[in-house]
Design a binder for this molecule. Sequence first.
Ligand code: G4P
Length: 527
Amino acid sequence: MHSELLRRRTFGIVSHPDAGKTTLTEKLLLFGGAIQIAGAVKAKKASRHATSDFMEIEKQRGISVATSVMGFEYRDTKINLLDTPGHKDFCEDTYRTLTAVDSVIMVIDAAKGVEAQTYKLLEVCQMRRTPVMTFMNKMDRETREPIELLDEVEEKLGMTVCPMSWPIGSGKLFKGVYNLYDNTLILFKAHHNLKNLEDVIAVKDLQDPVLDRVLGELQANQLREDVALVKGVYPAFDLDAYLSGRVTPVFFGSALNNFGVKELLDFFIQKAPSPLPRETTAGMVDPKDPAFSGFIFKIHANIDPRHRDRVAFLRICSGMFDRQKKVHHVRLKRDMKIANPTAFMAQDKEIVDTAYPGDIIGIHDTGNFKIGDTLSSGESFYFKGIPSFSPEIFRVCVNTNPLKLKQLQKGLEQLCEEGVAQLFTTVLDQRRIVGVVGALQFEVIQYRLEHEYGAQCRFDALNFAKACWLESSDFQTLEAFVKDRKSQMATDKEGRYVYLAETRWSLEREIRENPKISFLSTSESHA
Ligand code: G4P
């Protein structure tokens, strides 16, 4: 069990759309020998580009369940790559997936730098002190200056950067990278397959004339200057600082050309953490603990009426999962057998008999699970750190079929439990507000309400940009704040106060002017 634990790496890729996440995923899967699924990843992406209609995306759901978790083996390491949807399908699931990983790889388009979605996802990583490796992608194109890119990561994302390699030129002049740790020069060649990957040249030191020979005098001298500067400015790689999320090692490459990907992957399996202890309401749970435990971080509902099934995704945190043994569902206070647990190996979904911490299994669900549920071997506790994330798009739900009010209420509540959206009630007039992270969710909700619950509704736009949960040790201050801003106050499903900010700017002003109140962008039931 201990060796199974140590050889597992469970991670996600965070990036802004079009930075190269899908391309990098495919190359990683190629290294893992998982050729077939690479096609599936592309197919999913193709459907996303081909149409803006969510039903078309839904048609691909079979694929998207399969690519939600991609397990593969590489050099005796079991790697679980969790998908973080980022295009039109960006939603709270994307954030929540980050609660189930042990580390992330951040992909940045080197021509663009840190973009909005990367920033949002990194906020969640920082909150959890998740270790981050950075891949500066698309070096085969004209890019921004490497130093400028690194500065931007430090400034915008609040991490210290530690370049592991240094690029030589970019675009048409891109010659390759110089590995700052083992003094090798890796020459760039455009490659789409795994054969003859890179030309690696060992260099004695930076004065080695081989540099002038292969790079030309101009670029060789530039490299000498750059490396001297970089070594003076950036700290040497410090494993503990990386593991605590303070420092991010940075690689430069081109996913499309399979350049720099192998270096990244080799470094990743050596340095990225295996499953770590996790905090629960009953103290820390160690992955080495023989007692089985795990939590549900995502529920995927298939809306095709012919296959209206749900899959609950369980992240195993300790002990061994054994299909033959019953598990304890903490919230429902009962033991249950999991009939057909599936593992997500890259080639296919398959029934799993045993699984270990770090692994994700899919459980066929008929409505027993909610996000954040714990399964254990008998103990009663909840995992901390699986919060609701603050929505950014809000609409009022208006019932358009008075005969189906009950169905609408039930449907909305159940869909929110599944994690599709969050439901708030305004303090002033008790209106039901639905908040989501990605706009596509409204179409999904409307469709599902109609087809699964027979209810019809309309969503009217609201002018709010962010919801924040309010907390204060000073009860009177909090009550006074709520009273003064009644038109912007709502309560969540558990009756907690939520402030609906009209703009990010007005939120910042309120934060400044109300130092006794905490404005939280996440809320936890089991804090
Ligand atoms: P995403 O999942 O993060 O959204 O990005 P994706 O991998 O789909 O990449 C977005 C576009 O960038 C794709 O081009 C892809 O081929 C390209 N790309 C990815 N990595 C590199 C790289 O290292 N160098 C260059 N030059 N391009 C790269 P596309 O035209 O949108 O799609 P496709 O027709 O190539 O699939």
